[in-house]
Design a protein around this ligand. Structure first.
Ligand code: NAD
Ligand code: UD1
Length: 344
């Protein structure tokens, strides 16, 4: 799919969410038209209004559920959709252990109903939000796309691995499908305007929004989960990437969807940082002190992983260009301008 193709229209499920809203912005800036389907269970329509303001663009928003086949059929009838980017789903690991049905329903059943509607409409180009979690607990680092999917320790991770298998089978059965399954590492940061960013409901599960909320005074201190991991400073290592780099990775993947079959891509920087590295970088860049204490390890956390990001560079022409300082500065700009998120 080329940009010159007279503004193709992309359906973005979950487009009001954290990564979705940044990707919608990158799509509009890349000359695409966008239809968003989102049930707003973990997001706000305000994110889309702000994307429109930032890009001077217009988004067709449908408030609905990706499991609603009739709604999907209406969308494919009303709009001439060229391809779909599928973000819609639930993503909290701990919650997935407590509520597995909700995770399989939203993440697996949701993708099945989407693919059925796509098949019916003859739209067979899909970019899927997968995760580094599909490599499981025993893969050596850096993670490479050639590794088999491993065993995930929780229903969230298993739902992503199941969906990858489903998509692989669809592509095997019908060579006219083209799918890019993007395995994200740890997206953080926000658009440099500070107008859109990550707005978790309740107490954040993830490191970066937790740090940002300590910095803004909403939370008293960060608990660092574990200080006895086999890493240089004893804290876990992850591959953090700027959400705008990740958003641009989706546009790069869309352009590749003329190739038949399924392809997997790691979207990460290829560089790992520890939890303490992140705390120190945030303090250095923003000048805010982060109160922290060490706590027990969090169940299911792996000591260290990062991406081999060379395939995305070679095949998509994409690599992350924003460094840790930019990730910290943009996180802080978003959090300090919007201490209550979109509800402020
Ligand atoms: P998010 O919760 O901000 O965005 C998900 C969006 O999907 C939300 O707007 C939510 O309202 C919507 N949604 C959920 N279920 C829906 C349904 N049944 N029908 C319609 N809309 C629905 O999360 P995010 O961080 O932007 O993640 C987007 C995708 O990327 C998810 O699939 C997630 O699993 C995946 N992912 C995220 C990360 C991460 O670190 N954030 C890492 C790897 C993979
Ligand atoms: C987690 C999920 C992963 C999911 C991703 C995005 C787990 C085990 N993994 O990744 O499947 O795709 O979120 O939703 O939950 N940390 C602290 N204190 C905190 C929060 C985090 O020390 O309050 C540490 C964690 O131990 C980890 C690092 O910070 O070492 C990053 O954590 P997080 O942001 O939750 O990401 P992941 O655990 O890598």
């Amino acid at each position: 799919m080329q940009i010159g193709d007279t503004s193709p229209t992309i359906l973005v499920t979950g487009g009001a969410g954290y990564i979705g809203s940044h990707t919608v912005l990158a799509l509009l800036e890349g000359g695409y038209q966008v239809v968003v389907l989102d049930n707003l269970c973990n997001s706000s329509e305000e994110a889309l209004r702000r994307v429109e303001a930032l890009t001077d663009g217009a988004i067709d928003f449908v408030c609905g559920d990706v499991r609603d086949s009739a709604e999907l059929e209406r969308i494919f009838t009303r709009f001439e959709i060229a391809a779909v980017i599928h973000f819609a789903g639930l993503k909290a690991v701990g919650e997935s252990v407590r509520s597995p049905l909700a995770y399989y329903q939203n993440n697996v059943e949701g993708t099945l109903s989407l693919c059925q509607a796509m098949q019916k409409a003859g739209v067979k180009k899909l970019v899927f939000s997968s995760s580094a979690t599909v490599y499981g607990a025993n893969a050596p680092v850096p993670y490479r796309e050639t590794y088999p999917r491993g065993n995930s320790s929780n229903p969230y991770g298993r739902s992503k691995a199941m969906v990858e298998q489903v998509l692989e089978d669809i592509c095997t059965a019908d060579a006219s499908w083209s799918v890019a399954s993007l395995r994200y590492f740890n997206p953080i940061g926000a658009h440099p305007s500070g107008l859109i960013g990550e707005d978790p409901l309740g107490i954040p599960n993830n490191l970066m929004p937790f740090i940002a909320q300590v910095a803004v005074g909403k939370l008293p201190e960060l608990a660092i989960f574990g200080q006895d991991y086999p890493t240089d400073d004893g804290t876990c290592i992850r591959d953090y990437l700027h959400v705008m780099d990740l958003a641009e990775g989706h546009v790069a993947a869309l352009r590749r969807l003329s190739v038949a079959g399924i392809a997997y891509f790691n979207l990460g920087t290829g560089q790992g940082y520890s939890v303490l590295d992140i705390v120190q970088a945030f303090e250095r860049v923003t000048g805010r002190k982060i109160a922290y204490r060490f706590a027990e390890r969090r169940e299911g956390d792996l000591p260290a992983f990062w991406a081999d990001a060379s395939k995305a560079k070679k095949d998509l022409g994409w690599s992350a260009s924003r460094g840790l300082d930019e990730m910290m500065a943009d996180t802080w700009k978003w959090q300090s301008k919007n201490p209550k998120g979109y509800r402020g």
